[in-house]
Design a protein around this ligand. Structure first.
Ligand code: NAD
Ligand code: DAU
Length: 353
């Protein structure tokens, strides 16, 4: 039974949702939350658990061998859930080096520290220890108009981001195959929900629509993503952590494929209805396509459904309304993260697009 869990990247979007979910669901756990607090990490996301002694926040880098080694010893860590990563595809196209550093080398360091802490003299591992790597469907590359990614779809990443995540996945499996480390990998589709940094499609469009700014749609807007409410992803990771068979990969997704332009129009409709009647589709601006833009992602979640009894619980229509409501109710959060460095990022990415 897991007790002391090292959660990395637990101040980011999915990581903070996971921390909040786990503390709500499980009484007898302690979460050691290691996060570097890059532009994407935000302690405000964890305000709701301030004072909860089952949560310890440590600011630091997953690539820091001394720090991670100390955390394993000090807190007697028995599980790792690795969310920490550079996660934005557009940034990886501009600046790939840090993606290799954090996503690949950082993961290798965590694996080495986990092995050092857990491997016994005879090469076996104590019952119950587990390393869960939070990966992505992007490692499979791009689909045509039909078919879905299964766990046996060959890895075929295209962007520097997805190449770094695929590489990390291979290292995780290497630690399993070579040293016997008990691991799982989850590969989830696109998440949306509270605390998502407004560089990603859904929060960026909500933010721009609410401020009557142009809505930049890449290419023809017909690329397809498979959207999952973040809490459903957290529930899947919890199930894998507790019940995943050693060495197995689990795809996570909810058969909710949408074109980007449909998502943008849906957000316009809801902002028009709930915020400002003058927001309409004239805000849409088709801009230059992303380099190497994957056309379609679609997950086959049958394995996790059958093996672990997971299935998504939040319908997209509910999830997107809830998400827009969250951003409206948390305007201060949004203003904080969109001031300063965000403006520079936005100008650089979108000005001459
Ligand atoms: P995010 O960018 O919102 O958060 C990443 C977090 O990692 C931040 O808190 C950041 O400070 C931290 N971090 C970055 N570098 C670090 C380092 N060197 N050491 C310690 N902490 C560091 O990302 P997210 O969207 O929450 O994604 C979390 C994980 O889930 C990533 O591994 C990502 O690849 C994966 N994933 C994301 C999605 C999605 O739709 N967002 C879908 C599938 C999988
Ligand atoms: O599939 C899982 C992946 O989903 C995760 O591994 C990544 O960490 C996460 O960032 C996400 O990657 P995407 O590239 O699919 O997400 P993003 O929100 O950046 O873009 C979604 C789609 O919207 C994509 O086809 C590009 C398009 N887009 C995006 C932005 C930011 C636009 O048309 N305009 C935009 O301004």
């Amino acid at each position: 039974m897991m007790k002391n869990i090292l959660v990395t990247g637990g101040a980011g979007f999915i990581g903070s949702n996971f921390v909040l979910y786990m503390l709500k669901e499980h009484k007898d756990i302690c979460l050691i939350n290691l996060d570097k607090l890059t532009y994407a990490g935000n302690l405000e996301n964890l305000k709701g658990i301030e004072g909860d002694t089952r949560h310890v926040f440590v600011q630091g880098d997953i690539g820091d061998a001394v720090l991670v080694g100390e955390l394993f010893k000090k807190y007697d860590i028995d599980s790792v859930v690795n969310f920490a990563a550079e996660s934005h595809v557009d940034r990886s196209i501009e600046n790939p080096g840090v993606f290799a550093q954090t996503n690949v080398m950082g993961t290798v360091n965590l694996l080495s520290c986990a092995r050092k802490a857990w491997e016994q003299e005879d090469g076996s591992y104590p019952k119950g220890v587990k390393f869960v790597q939070v990966s992505t469907d992007e490692v499979y590359g791009s689909l045509g108009e039909t078919g879905f990614f299964t766990e046996s779809t060959p890895l075929c990443p295209h962007s520097p981001y997805s190449a770094s995540k695929a590489s990390a996945d291979l290292f995780v499996m290497a630690w399993h195959d070579t040293y016997g480390l008990p691991v799982n990998i989850t590969r989830c589709s696109n998440n949306y929900g509270p605390f998502q940094f407004p560089e990603k499609l859904i929060p960026l469009m909500i933010h721009n629509a609410c401020h009557k700014k142009n809505l930049p749609v890449y290419g023809d807007g017909l690329n397809v993503r498979d959207w999952l409410y973040v809490e459903d992803h957290c529930k899947a990771i919890d199930k894998v952590l507790r019940g995943g068979a050693t060495g197995e990969v689990y795809n996570v997704g909810g058969h909710n494929e949408r074109t980007n332009i449909d998502i943008v129009k849906k957000i316009i409709g809801l902002v028009n209805e709930k915020v400002d009647k003058s927001v309409d589709e004239t805000l849409i601006q088709y801009v230059a396509d992303r380099k190497g833009h994957d056309r379609r992602y679609g997950i086959d979640p049958e394995k996790i459904q059958k093996a672990l009894g997971w299935s998504p619980e939040t319908a997209f229509e509910d999830g997107i309304e809830r998400t827009i409501r969250w951003y409206l109710d948390n305007d201060e959060w949004l203003q904080d993260v969109t001031s300063g460095a965000y403006m520079e990022y936005y100008e650089k990415m979108y000005k001459n697009r």
